[in-house]
Design a protein around this ligand. Sequence first.
Ligand code: TXA
Ligand code: MG
Length: 319
Amino acid sequence: MGIISNCTAASIKDAATSLINGNLVAFPTETVYGLGADACNERAVARIYEVKSRPSDHPLIVHISSTKLLDKWARCIPEYARTLAQYFWPGPMTLVLRRSSLASDLITGGQDTVAVRVPGHRATISILKEFESLGGQGVVAPSANKFGRVSPTTASAVIDAIGNKLNSSDIVIDGGQSAFGLESTIIDCQDISPKILRPGPISIADINSICEVKKQPYIIQIPLVRVSGGFKSHYKPCAQVIISENPQKGDGFIAFKSTPTPEGVIRLASPETSEEYARQLYEALRFADSLKLSRVCVVRAPIQGIGIAINDRLVKITA
Ligand code: TXA
Ligand code: MG
Protein backbone atom coordinates (compact mmCIF):
# COMPACT_ATOMS: atom_id res chain seq x y z
CA MET A 1 0.00 0.00 0.00
CA GLY A 2 1.32 3.43 -0.92
CA ILE A 3 0.76 6.41 1.36
CA ILE A 4 0.61 9.87 -0.19
CA SER A 5 0.86 12.73 2.27
CA ASN A 6 1.97 15.48 -0.04
CA CYS A 7 -0.77 16.01 -2.61
CA THR A 8 1.04 17.28 -5.72
CA ALA A 9 -0.33 17.23 -9.26
CA ALA A 10 1.71 14.07 -9.86
CA SER A 11 0.36 12.25 -6.81
CA ILE A 12 -3.22 13.26 -7.66
CA LYS A 13 -2.66 11.73 -11.08
CA ASP A 14 -1.20 8.55 -9.53
CA ALA A 15 -4.25 8.17 -7.30
CA ALA A 16 -6.69 8.71 -10.20
CA THR A 17 -4.78 6.27 -12.43
CA SER A 18 -4.76 3.73 -9.64
CA LEU A 19 -8.57 3.96 -9.42
CA ILE A 20 -8.90 3.62 -13.21
CA ASN A 21 -6.70 0.50 -12.98
CA GLY A 22 -9.12 -1.07 -10.52
CA ASN A 23 -7.22 -0.47 -7.30
CA LEU A 24 -8.57 0.97 -4.07
CA VAL A 25 -7.73 4.50 -2.93
CA ALA A 26 -8.59 5.62 0.60
CA PHE A 27 -9.09 9.37 0.58
CA PRO A 28 -9.92 12.22 2.96
CA THR A 29 -13.28 13.93 2.92
CA GLU A 30 -14.66 16.68 5.11
CA THR A 31 -16.82 14.09 6.93
CA VAL A 32 -14.71 10.93 7.37
CA TYR A 33 -12.16 9.06 5.25
CA GLY A 34 -13.61 6.98 2.40
CA LEU A 35 -12.39 3.78 0.76
CA GLY A 36 -12.77 4.49 -2.96
CA ALA A 37 -13.16 2.26 -6.01
CA ASP A 38 -14.23 2.83 -9.62
CA ALA A 39 -18.03 2.59 -9.38
CA CYS A 40 -18.17 0.84 -12.78
CA ASN A 41 -15.49 -1.76 -12.04
CA GLU A 42 -17.13 -4.88 -10.65
CA ARG A 43 -13.95 -6.42 -9.25
CA ALA A 44 -12.81 -3.20 -7.58
CA VAL A 45 -16.24 -2.75 -5.95
CA ALA A 46 -16.20 -6.38 -4.80
CA ARG A 47 -12.88 -5.70 -3.06
CA ILE A 48 -14.42 -2.87 -1.03
CA TYR A 49 -16.93 -5.34 0.42
CA GLU A 50 -14.15 -7.82 1.09
CA VAL A 51 -11.80 -5.31 2.77
CA LYS A 52 -14.61 -3.95 4.96
CA SER A 53 -16.24 -7.37 5.60
CA ARG A 54 -19.44 -5.61 4.60
CA PRO A 55 -22.65 -7.43 3.59
CA SER A 56 -22.84 -7.31 -0.21
CA ASP A 57 -26.43 -6.03 -0.35
CA HIS A 58 -25.48 -2.89 1.57
CA PRO A 59 -25.45 0.03 -0.94
CA LEU A 60 -22.58 2.46 -1.51
CA ILE A 61 -22.38 6.23 -2.08
CA VAL A 62 -21.15 7.39 -5.51
CA HIS A 63 -18.73 10.34 -5.23
CA ILE A 64 -18.51 12.78 -8.15
CA SER A 65 -16.55 16.02 -8.60
CA SER A 66 -19.44 18.26 -9.59
CA THR A 67 -23.21 18.67 -9.41
CA LYS A 68 -23.15 18.76 -13.22
CA LEU A 69 -22.53 15.00 -13.24
CA LEU A 70 -25.58 14.19 -11.13
CA ASP A 71 -27.81 13.39 -14.12
CA LYS A 72 -25.42 10.65 -15.20
CA TRP A 73 -26.26 8.68 -12.08
CA ALA A 74 -29.81 9.69 -11.27
CA ARG A 75 -33.12 10.38 -13.02
CA CYS A 76 -36.46 11.96 -12.07
CA ILE A 77 -34.53 14.44 -9.92
CA PRO A 78 -36.98 16.71 -8.06
CA GLU A 79 -36.34 20.44 -8.15
CA TYR A 80 -35.74 20.61 -4.39
CA ALA A 81 -32.94 18.04 -4.75
CA ARG A 82 -31.25 20.24 -7.35
CA THR A 83 -31.58 23.20 -4.98
CA LEU A 84 -30.04 21.20 -2.13
CA ALA A 85 -27.18 20.15 -4.41
CA GLN A 86 -26.64 23.71 -5.52
CA TYR A 87 -26.45 24.98 -1.93
CA PHE A 88 -24.61 22.22 -0.13
CA TRP A 89 -22.26 20.63 -2.68
CA PRO A 90 -19.35 20.27 -2.42
CA GLY A 91 -20.25 19.38 1.15
CA PRO A 92 -21.34 16.87 3.77
CA MET A 93 -24.64 15.80 2.18
CA THR A 94 -25.69 12.67 0.26
CA LEU A 95 -28.80 12.56 -1.91
CA VAL A 96 -30.72 9.34 -2.53
CA LEU A 97 -32.42 9.46 -5.93
CA ARG A 98 -33.95 7.17 -8.56
CA ARG A 99 -31.01 5.48 -10.24
CA SER A 100 -29.95 5.75 -13.88
CA SER A 101 -28.83 2.70 -15.85
CA LEU A 102 -25.22 3.57 -14.95
CA ALA A 103 -25.89 2.65 -11.32
CA SER A 104 -25.71 -1.13 -11.19
CA ASP A 105 -27.12 -3.55 -8.63
CA LEU A 106 -23.58 -3.97 -7.41
CA ILE A 107 -23.47 -0.51 -5.83
CA THR A 108 -27.15 -0.03 -5.05
CA GLY A 109 -27.66 -3.35 -3.32
CA GLY A 110 -30.35 -4.11 -5.91
CA GLN A 111 -32.50 -1.11 -4.90
CA ASP A 112 -33.84 1.19 -7.60
CA THR A 113 -32.20 4.20 -5.96
CA VAL A 114 -28.63 5.50 -5.89
CA ALA A 115 -26.85 7.62 -3.28
CA VAL A 116 -24.66 10.44 -4.65
CA ARG A 117 -22.40 13.06 -3.09
CA VAL A 118 -19.87 15.74 -4.09
CA PRO A 119 -17.36 15.73 -1.22
CA GLY A 120 -15.82 18.96 0.04
CA HIS A 121 -12.11 18.18 0.28
CA ARG A 122 -9.70 19.81 -2.17
CA ALA A 123 -7.38 16.84 -2.72
CA THR A 124 -10.28 14.46 -3.22
CA ILE A 125 -12.10 16.78 -5.63
CA SER A 126 -8.85 16.96 -7.64
CA ILE A 127 -8.56 13.17 -7.69
CA LEU A 128 -12.20 12.84 -8.81
CA LYS A 129 -11.69 15.44 -11.55
CA GLU A 130 -8.57 13.66 -12.80
CA PHE A 131 -10.34 10.28 -12.60
CA GLU A 132 -13.24 11.68 -14.66
CA SER A 133 -10.85 13.17 -17.22
CA LEU A 134 -9.38 9.68 -17.64
CA GLY A 135 -12.84 8.34 -18.46
CA GLY A 136 -14.07 7.39 -14.97
CA GLN A 137 -17.74 8.02 -14.14
CA GLY A 138 -17.78 8.02 -10.36
CA VAL A 139 -16.07 6.61 -7.29
CA VAL A 140 -17.96 4.57 -4.73
CA ALA A 141 -16.65 5.08 -1.22
CA PRO A 142 -17.94 3.82 2.10
CA SER A 143 -16.20 4.96 5.26
CA ALA A 144 -12.75 3.33 5.35
CA ASN A 145 -13.33 1.11 8.39
CA LYS A 146 -14.42 -2.44 9.09
CA PHE A 147 -18.19 -2.84 8.84
CA GLY A 148 -19.97 -1.70 12.01
CA ARG A 149 -16.87 -0.04 13.46
CA VAL A 150 -15.84 3.57 14.09
CA SER A 151 -15.30 5.66 10.91
CA PRO A 152 -11.75 6.98 10.46
CA THR A 153 -11.13 10.72 10.55
CA THR A 154 -7.36 10.55 9.89
CA ALA A 155 -5.14 8.60 7.49
CA SER A 156 -3.46 6.75 10.34
CA ALA A 157 -6.87 5.59 11.59
CA VAL A 158 -7.53 4.19 8.08
CA ILE A 159 -4.23 2.30 8.17
CA ASP A 160 -5.00 0.94 11.65
CA ALA A 161 -8.48 -0.15 10.58
CA ILE A 162 -7.90 -1.75 7.18
CA GLY A 163 -4.21 -1.31 6.29
CA ASN A 164 -3.53 -5.04 6.53
CA LYS A 165 -6.26 -5.73 3.93
CA LEU A 166 -4.89 -3.34 1.32
CA ASN A 167 -2.33 -4.52 -1.22
CA SER A 168 0.77 -2.91 -2.72
CA SER A 169 -1.14 -1.20 -5.56
CA ASP A 170 -3.70 0.44 -3.27
CA ILE A 171 -3.15 3.97 -1.98
CA VAL A 172 -4.00 5.90 1.18
CA ILE A 173 -4.10 9.69 0.79
CA ASP A 174 -3.28 11.65 3.93
CA GLY A 175 -5.27 14.87 3.80
CA GLY A 176 -5.22 15.74 7.50
CA GLN A 177 -8.05 15.42 10.01
CA SER A 178 -11.61 15.44 8.64
CA ALA A 179 -13.19 18.83 9.28
CA PHE A 180 -16.62 17.61 10.48
CA GLY A 181 -15.73 14.17 11.82
CA LEU A 182 -19.21 12.63 11.31
CA GLU A 183 -20.64 11.00 8.18
CA SER A 184 -22.69 13.03 5.69
CA THR A 185 -26.37 13.79 6.11
CA ILE A 186 -28.28 11.32 3.88
CA ILE A 187 -31.45 12.73 2.35
CA ASP A 188 -34.01 10.63 0.50
CA CYS A 189 -35.24 12.69 -2.46
CA GLN A 190 -37.81 10.34 -3.97
CA ASP A 191 -40.90 11.91 -2.49
CA ILE A 192 -42.43 15.38 -2.84
CA SER A 193 -40.36 16.56 0.13
CA PRO A 194 -36.97 15.50 1.48
CA LYS A 195 -36.59 12.93 4.25
CA ILE A 196 -33.50 12.62 6.39
CA LEU A 197 -32.31 9.01 6.52
CA ARG A 198 -29.10 9.70 8.44
CA PRO A 199 -28.60 12.99 10.34
CA GLY A 200 -25.24 14.65 9.74
CA PRO A 201 -23.43 17.98 9.47
CA ILE A 202 -26.12 19.51 7.22
CA SER A 203 -28.86 19.94 9.79
CA ILE A 204 -32.63 19.89 9.52
CA ALA A 205 -32.56 23.68 10.02
CA ASP A 206 -30.06 24.03 7.15
CA ILE A 207 -32.33 22.04 4.85
CA ASN A 208 -35.44 23.93 5.91
CA SER A 209 -33.76 27.26 5.38
CA ILE A 210 -33.29 26.69 1.67
CA CYS A 211 -35.89 24.15 0.67
CA GLU A 212 -39.41 25.19 -0.09
CA VAL A 213 -41.01 22.18 1.48
CA LYS A 214 -44.43 22.33 3.00
CA LYS A 215 -43.71 19.45 5.32
CA GLN A 216 -40.81 19.59 7.76
CA PRO A 217 -38.07 17.14 6.76
CA TYR A 218 -38.16 14.39 9.34
CA ILE A 219 -35.99 11.59 10.57
CA ILE A 220 -37.71 8.31 9.89
CA GLN A 221 -37.60 5.81 12.69
CA ILE A 222 -37.55 2.58 10.71
CA PRO A 223 -35.88 3.19 7.35
CA LEU A 224 -37.60 1.52 4.43
CA VAL A 225 -34.26 1.40 2.66
CA ARG A 226 -30.98 0.12 3.96
CA VAL A 227 -28.85 2.83 5.52
CA SER A 228 -25.81 2.57 7.78
CA GLY A 229 -27.61 4.70 10.30
CA GLY A 230 -30.59 2.36 10.05
CA PHE A 231 -28.79 -0.42 11.86
CA LYS A 232 -29.55 -0.56 15.55
CA SER A 233 -25.91 -0.89 16.53
CA HIS A 234 -23.11 0.68 14.52
CA TYR A 235 -19.98 2.84 14.71
CA LYS A 236 -18.73 0.72 17.61
CA PRO A 237 -15.33 0.75 19.30
CA CYS A 238 -14.11 -2.30 21.29
CA ALA A 239 -14.77 -0.58 24.61
CA GLN A 240 -18.30 -0.61 25.99
CA VAL A 241 -19.77 2.87 25.65
CA ILE A 242 -22.50 4.18 27.93
CA ILE A 243 -24.25 7.54 28.18
CA SER A 244 -23.40 8.84 31.65
CA GLU A 245 -22.04 11.94 33.34
CA ASN A 246 -20.75 9.89 36.25
CA PRO A 247 -17.76 7.83 35.15
CA GLN A 248 -16.11 5.49 37.65
CA LYS A 249 -12.39 5.01 38.32
CA GLY A 250 -10.67 3.54 35.25
CA ASP A 251 -13.43 4.62 32.82
CA GLY A 252 -12.76 6.79 29.79
CA PHE A 253 -14.78 10.02 29.67
CA ILE A 254 -15.91 12.21 26.78
CA ALA A 255 -17.69 15.37 27.94
CA PHE A 256 -17.84 19.09 27.32
CA LYS A 257 -14.97 21.13 28.73
CA SER A 258 -17.11 22.65 31.48
CA THR A 259 -17.58 19.19 33.06
CA PRO A 260 -14.69 18.29 35.39
CA THR A 261 -12.92 14.91 35.28
CA PRO A 262 -13.49 12.84 38.44
CA GLU A 263 -10.38 11.37 40.04
CA GLY A 264 -9.04 8.20 38.44
CA VAL A 265 -11.04 8.77 35.24
CA ILE A 266 -9.26 8.99 31.88
CA ARG A 267 -10.36 12.08 29.98
CA LEU A 268 -10.53 11.30 26.23
CA ALA A 269 -11.93 14.58 24.87
CA SER A 270 -13.09 17.94 26.23
CA PRO A 271 -14.86 19.72 23.35
CA GLU A 272 -16.14 23.24 23.90
CA THR A 273 -18.80 23.14 21.20
CA SER A 274 -20.91 20.51 19.42
CA GLU A 275 -18.83 21.07 16.26
CA GLU A 276 -15.70 20.19 18.24
CA TYR A 277 -17.48 17.24 19.80
CA ALA A 278 -18.35 15.87 16.34
CA ARG A 279 -14.79 16.34 15.14
CA GLN A 280 -13.25 14.62 18.19
CA LEU A 281 -15.74 11.82 18.96
CA TYR A 282 -14.43 9.00 16.73
CA GLU A 283 -10.78 9.82 17.38
CA ALA A 284 -11.48 9.78 21.13
CA LEU A 285 -13.15 6.36 20.87
CA ARG A 286 -10.18 5.01 18.93
CA PHE A 287 -7.91 6.46 21.62
CA ALA A 288 -9.93 4.55 24.23
CA ASP A 289 -9.30 1.33 22.30
CA SER A 290 -5.58 2.07 22.01
CA LEU A 291 -5.51 2.41 25.81
CA LYS A 292 -7.49 -0.86 26.03
CA LEU A 293 -10.14 0.75 28.21
CA SER A 294 -13.09 -1.49 28.91
CA ARG A 295 -15.66 1.27 29.41
CA VAL A 296 -16.20 4.81 28.15
CA CYS A 297 -18.80 7.29 29.44
CA VAL A 298 -20.12 9.87 26.98
CA VAL A 299 -22.56 12.76 27.33
CA ARG A 300 -25.30 13.81 24.93
CA ALA A 301 -24.98 16.99 22.86
CA PRO A 302 -27.60 19.77 22.86
CA ILE A 303 -30.40 18.80 20.45
CA GLN A 304 -29.71 21.23 17.62
CA GLY A 305 -27.50 21.50 14.54
CA ILE A 306 -24.82 18.81 14.42
CA GLY A 307 -25.78 17.84 17.99
CA ILE A 308 -28.66 15.81 16.48
CA ALA A 309 -26.16 13.78 14.44
CA ILE A 310 -23.87 13.30 17.46
CA ASN A 311 -26.77 11.98 19.54
CA ASP A 312 -27.85 9.69 16.68
CA ARG A 313 -24.36 8.13 16.59
CA LEU A 314 -24.27 7.87 20.41
CA VAL A 315 -27.50 5.87 20.33
CA LYS A 316 -25.97 3.44 17.84
CA ILE A 317 -22.61 3.26 19.59
CA THR A 318 -24.25 2.50 22.94
CA ALA A 319 -26.89 0.06 21.57
O1 TXA B 1 -19.74 11.00 4.80
C1 TXA B 1 -20.00 9.98 4.18
O2 TXA B 1 -21.11 9.76 3.69
C2 TXA B 1 -18.86 8.96 4.00
C3 TXA B 1 -17.79 9.59 3.09
C4 TXA B 1 -16.66 8.64 2.82
O3 TXA B 1 -18.37 10.06 1.92
N1 TXA B 1 -19.36 7.75 3.47
C5 TXA B 1 -20.12 6.89 4.19
O4 TXA B 1 -20.40 5.71 3.50
O5 TXA B 1 -20.48 7.11 5.31
P1 TXA B 1 -20.99 4.44 4.23
O6 TXA B 1 -21.09 3.40 3.18
O7 TXA B 1 -20.15 4.10 5.40
O8 TXA B 1 -22.42 4.88 4.68
C6 TXA B 1 -23.33 5.37 3.72
C7 TXA B 1 -24.62 4.67 3.77
C8 TXA B 1 -24.55 3.21 3.39
O9 TXA B 1 -24.23 2.38 4.45
C9 TXA B 1 -25.92 2.91 2.90
O10 TXA B 1 -26.70 2.25 3.84
C10 TXA B 1 -26.49 4.27 2.59
O11 TXA B 1 -25.47 5.20 2.76
N2 TXA B 1 -26.92 4.21 1.22
C11 TXA B 1 -26.18 4.05 0.11
N3 TXA B 1 -26.95 3.96 -0.96
C12 TXA B 1 -28.23 4.06 -0.54
C13 TXA B 1 -29.50 4.04 -1.18
N4 TXA B 1 -29.60 3.88 -2.48
N5 TXA B 1 -30.59 4.18 -0.42
C14 TXA B 1 -30.50 4.36 0.92
N6 TXA B 1 -29.33 4.37 1.58
C15 TXA B 1 -28.21 4.24 0.87
MG1 MG C 1 -19.72 3.60 7.29
